[in-house]
Write a protein that binds this ligand. Sequence first.
Ligand code: DOR
Ligand code: ZN
Length: 348
Amino acid sequence: MTTESITITRPDDWHLHLRDGDVLNSVAPFTAKQFQRAIVMPNLRPAVTTVKHAVDYLDRILAAVEGSDFEPLMTLYLTDNTSAAEIMAAHKSCFIKGVKLYPAGATTNSDEGVTDISKCNAALEEMQRAGLPLLVHGEVTDSTVDVFDREKVFIDRVLMPLMDRFPELKIVFEHITTADAVDFVLATGPRIGATVTVHHLMYNRNAMFEGGIRPHNYCLPVLKRESHRQALLQAIASGNEKFFLGTDSAPHAKNLKESSCGCAGIFSAHAAIELYATVFELTGAIDKLEAFASFYGPDFYGLPRNSGTITLEKSAQTIPESYPMADQTVVPLMAGQTIPWRIRSENV
Ligand code: DOR
Ligand code: ZN
């Protein structure tokens, strides 16, 4: 490994939004170019609540990336009514790798989500038995809880009691944003892992208000203060295997972001691995990138590591102001700015 180029095992994205229809066709190739596999979020409209929905969605994704060897790893959307039988069928399907908990009202397309986790006992018991991980959007929705505190309060009110009730349930704490979440994950046994997005590593909450309101830096969980970002950087730089790559790349059309009620979500799939490389290098931890991006995720999910590689080289690229997306455009992370790394080749 030199500082001018690095070759790493082909990475995976353990948290991704691909959407559907023409938008899916526009965004999926960005991911397939860099990543071998991705855990695909089920928050479509209607949500992917059954194995039947998931298999149909899988077919549409495969059509969108035709010609590549990208492997979508599907998820089910947990509702108050998800049955144990549906979970059993998901487990048997072999292509469904997790079940997503969206607290109802927490984020984009979460209206069908869980209103009270105690309604999900049968499904959770079956997941625990099958070893199917629960993927958690870790925020409470209580309007009296400050939006910046919702992750911490979720740990206390929901996650800890849930882990007590289901002592063997595997959990991925998705897109963690706080020192509280880092500490919690570190203090808990091997059955809990966490994904970390590149935007939560790059920015603190000031990025939403720099010289005016910045809708393209708005996501959920919302960006936090600098001390929390530092805790995330420390977590990934430590090389601890509980933290792995999950972009949460979440494309919304430009006009829906630049609106009086702009959507939450940051599109980062266009240059995700290059952006992570930039962050790891700035943090002095480029030697930890490969395990974070390519080893710890499959190890947690009990899947094989990839055998191919990708090479990144130190060669600046300027990110476009926007990309076409269906009949609209999407504004990518770092639009119009230059980043130091680019992908050179894929040897898969
Ligand atoms: O910012 C976000 N966007 N956070 C989420 O949890 C959902 C996502 C989306 O689907 O747009
Ligand atoms: Zn997400």
